[in-house]
Design a protein around this ligand. Structure first.
Ligand code: 9L2
Length: 833
């Protein structure tokens, strides 16, 4: 151990002696130390959380050295860096990934083996870090993995919710929500950094004061302040010794409690402000793409934006004092949707009110550092906040937004003189009885880059939702197609397939996924095909065991595993999937099921607690499932199962086992999808519409290896107005029979009426999701899929080709694209420091 001499701030650094060995001996010795000495435990019970925690500490020690090195290198080089601001990071489990990236999986397995423990069991003990709703939050997590692997200096900023995404139970077919108390047994990955706590202001009023130089200054006074305390989680790159940081903020009261109130006898009042403060980061909003407008959500958004920007500025001043001349050149803030868009106004406030900038100087910095990613076209998901709420909660920020808007409207009026309609359309404020702030417009006006998440989505943004802005600033609009990290979504979750691929191609695909292209050569090799099928079968057995364990239904691996897992939403059309299940049921019942491929239709996903239609869909799936699964005529031919509590670690078991991937949203509604990529990578074949990244998946793998169906965006557009679902039902015997079964109460014998609203939605001419419009082509495509499945050789070929062509869908590629076009940061070079 030694101490490094002081830097210019007078800090001295405690240096570690040498790197910890990666041997089984050393790992076991550290494990024993943590289990016995630090946690004070003696008995080894397979189910104990302390075994898992001790393994984490042993791994974390090894991360810590690398973590410091990365931090020091970035600091020493004063590198340009990115802050990824996101209200959600859906990290899942961290242990397996950390061991894989550190290259210590084998030695850890050996160490645990010596005391009779299986690493697999220990990993299964880890609770998911479920700080996100779905695709948007998981994307942020995959981005962090890829940035660390590419050695890009990117820090994730998020919120340390005490309760993450709720757990789902099914009771009598209905969803029941349970709190996710993921921190209850402690979270051994995080490091609290109380020394970097920040103060966040709320309420009060905005005032103007005259300073000593006689200049007028804005001040925000009489505020209720809350502390933001950061907790850091290490984000290791793959075998490159880089460890980046995910910094999550937790809210705390500035004054623990009011002793005066307490002494006066009022316990409740004495802790009221503590509770109010801590409420901010208590729970994740469980709404993916549906809307809220709740004050607490705005508090969360401002809390994250302000804490993260202040942290960046603190860090800047430590290195540069009050010289901000290079700040814009060295910092970039990527906004994950509009959730943190208030950062545009907050950066203006900090620079002007607290760091002496004038308006133009601050605007210049803001417009050079902010970049915005849009993740949805659904109007109900476009965030708008009531001006009145802003005035009450963030009065100084409202001033700033009004001023940004005044400057912006002046710019439009100059470009299009007299076009008042355009001004009204583009204004950051939607006028009316209850004026609203359009957060997407604030993000666009304040950013130098605006991107969508798939080619089609980005085009629809430019041509539709943001057309006026794209006309004004065409160069700011761009596309960055999503991806997933192949370290988690192939290497870690499907080791058998990873090994088989490794035998043929080596391991370079783990950091260069395009290498998988070379698998195409083996697509028709009978030997390779047989082994490919063996792997799929083993994965199906693993999932079947998991399902049997959860549902006590037995599952045959002879069946085609036809899978749809994702949040329940009308636009994703789980209902269409159910209609197909009923159609198959009807055919088999009628004796028209000869030659059909045996199928397990697996559907999983959570409904937002307040989303009534989504909850009915879950009930409907479960009711139909009960009828199908209890009919002896269906045995071995058709099964429908609802997979409860779908989450990241469930997907790690599901995607390696899937044969068919359901990506059946109404065209134009799914911005990208990322589950579609995980399935493809693991050799599932997609049945899908031309929506989101499905379009690019189909392009990559070729139309022959994709089951396409459904109306296109243009078809859907053209249909509106003349759409007549009743005519479609009446003109199609199969459809008619399915609807008759539903309407006759066949699936809700003792629960009259409960499916009426759902059934009505299908028949509704104004149905925005146009489920009936795609019924026929969906059933036809499913028929082709089923027949193809029975041609083992053809199916296996298609499966191999899907994996082989999934190279584009790595977040390594996505992150390179962001860096080449938006961020422009240099990779961290740890060797030279
Ligand atoms: O870009 C990541 C994903 C896309 O793949 C999905 O198509 O983002 C999802 C898209 N539906 C998304 N968009 C908006 C949100 N999620 C979201 C999440 C939480 C709250 C509000 C909106």
């Amino acid at each position: 151990m030694s101490v490094k001499p002081s830097n210019k701030n007078g800090d001295r650094e405690l240096l570690q002696t040498s790197e910890l060995p990666m041997t089984a001996d050393a790992i076991l010795s550290d494990f024993t130390h943590y289990f016995g000495r630090m946690l004070g435990r003696r008995t080894i019970q397979v189910d104990s959380p302390f075994l898992y925690q001790s393994v984490v500490y042993a791994a974390r020690d090894r991360l810590m050295e690398r973590w410091n090195k990365t931090r020091n290198t970035v600091e020493a080089n004063d590198s340009r860096r990115v802050a990824y601001l996101s209200l959600e990071f859906l990290m899942g489990r961290l242990l397996r990934n950390a061991l894989l990236n550190l290259g210590m999986e084998e030695e850890t397995t050996a160490a645990l083996d010596r005391i009779g423990l299986d690493l697999e069991d220990v990993c299964e003990r880890e609770k998911d870090t479920g700080l996100g709703n779905g695709g948007l939050g998981r994307l942020a997590a995959c981005f962090l993995d890829s940035c660390a692997t590419l050695s890009l200096p990117v820090v994730g900023y998020g919120i340390r919710y005490q309760y993450g995404m709720f757990h789902q139970r099914i009771e009598n077919g209905y969803q029941v929500e349970e709190a996710d108390s993921w921190l209850r047994e402690g979270f051994p990955w995080e490091i609290e950094r109380i020394e970097y706590a920040q103060t966040i202001k709320f309420g009060g009023r905005s005032d103007v004061q005259i300073d000593e130089q006689g200049r007028s200054r804005h001040v925000w006074v009489d505020t209720n302040d809350v502390l933001a305390i950061p907790y850091d989680i290490p984000v290791p790159g793959f075998e490159n010794d880089v460890v980046n940081t995910l910094r999550l903020w937790s809210a705390a009261a500035r004054d623990e409690f009011d002793l005066e109130e307490f002494n006066a006898g009022s316990y409740a009042d004495s802790v009221a402000s503590k509770n109010a403060a801590e409420n901010i980061t208590m729970v994740l909003y469980p709404n993916a793409t549906t809307e809220n407008g709740q004050e607490l959500r705005l508090r969360q958004q401002y809390f994250l934006a302000s804490a993260s920007l202040q942290d960046t500025i603190r860090n800047w001043q430590r290195r540069h004092g009050d010289d901000f001349s290079e700040f814009a050149a060295k910092n970039c803030f990527q906004l994950n949707d509009t959730h943190p868009a208030i950062a545009v106004a907050e950066l203006m406030r900090l620079l002007i009110d607290e760091h002496g900038f004038d308006w133009n100087g601050a605007w210049d910095v803001t417009r050079k550092t902010m970049a915005y990613t849009n993740h949805t076209l659904l109007p109900e998901a476009l965030e708008m906040w009531p001006v009145a709420m802003f005035r009450r909660l963030l009065p100084r920020l409202l001033d700033i937004i009004y001023e940004i808007n005044a400057h912006f409207i002046a710019e439009i009026s100059q470009r299009w003189p007299g076009d008042n309609d355009k001004v009204r359309r583009m204004s950051l404020i939607q006028e009316g009885a209850d004026p609203m702030i359009r957060m997407a417009y604030l993000a666009i006006v304040g950013s130098f880059s605006i991107n969508g998440v798939a080619e089609l989505h980005s085009r629809l943004l430019r041509e539709g939702l943001f057309r006026d802005f794209a006309e004004l600033w065409p160069d700011r609009f761009n596309n960055k197609t999503n991806g997933v990290t192949q370290r988690r979504w192939l290497a870690a979750c499907n080791p058998a397939l990873a090994n088989l691929i490794g035998e043929k191609l080596g391991d370079s695909w783990k950091t260069n996924l395009e290498q998988l292209d070379a698998l195409r050569e083996f697509a028709d090799d009978p030997d390779f095909q047989a082994r490919w099928r063996d792997v799929k079968l083993a994965n199906k057995q693993r999932l079947a065991a998991d399902i049997e364990n959860k549902t006590s239904l037995s599952v045959s691996t002879d069946m085609m595993f036809d899978v749809q897992v994702k949040r329940i939403h009308e636009y994703k059309r789980q209902l269409l999937n159910v209609l197909h299940a009923i159609h198959l049921y009807d055919r088999i019942r009628r004796g028209d099921g000869e030659g059909l491929a045996p199928r397990l239709i697996l559907i999983g996903g959570k409904a937002a607690p307040g989303y009534v239609m989504a909850k009915s869909v879950i009930k409907c799936i479960n009711n139909v499932a009960r009828v199908i699964n209890s009919d002896p005529a269906m045995a071995g031919r058709l099964q429908l199962i609802f997979y409860a509590d779908y989450n990241v670690s469930a997907m790690e078991k599901i995607c390696p086992a899937a044969d068919l991937s359901e990506q059946i949203s109404t065209a134009g509604k799914e911005a990208s999808g990322t589950g579609n990529m995980k399935f493809m990578m693991n050799g599932a074949i997609t049945i899908g519409t031309l929506d989101g990244a499905n379009v690019e998946i189909r392009e990559a793998v070729g139309g022959d290896n994709f089951f396409l169906f459904g109306n296109t965006v243009e078809d859907i557009e053209a249909l509106r107005g003349s759409y007549d679902p009743q005519a479609l039902i009446d003109g199609d015997t199969d459809f008619r029979r399915v609807m008759d079964l539903l309407e006759s109460g066949h699936f809700n014998r003792f629960e009259p009426g409960i499916l009426d609203t759902l059934i009505q939605s299908i028949k509704e001419p104004a149905d925005p999701w146009m489920t009936a419009a795609d019924f026929r082509s969906f059933v036809d495509a499913q028929e082709v899929a089923g027949a193809t499945y029975q041609d083992e050789t053809l199916w296996t070929r298609m499966s191999i080709l899907n994996t082989a062509c999934s190279g584009r869908f790595s977040t390594d590629r996505t992150m390179r694209d962001y860096n080449d076009d938006i961020w422009h940061v240099e990779p961290i070079n740890q060797e030279t420091s």
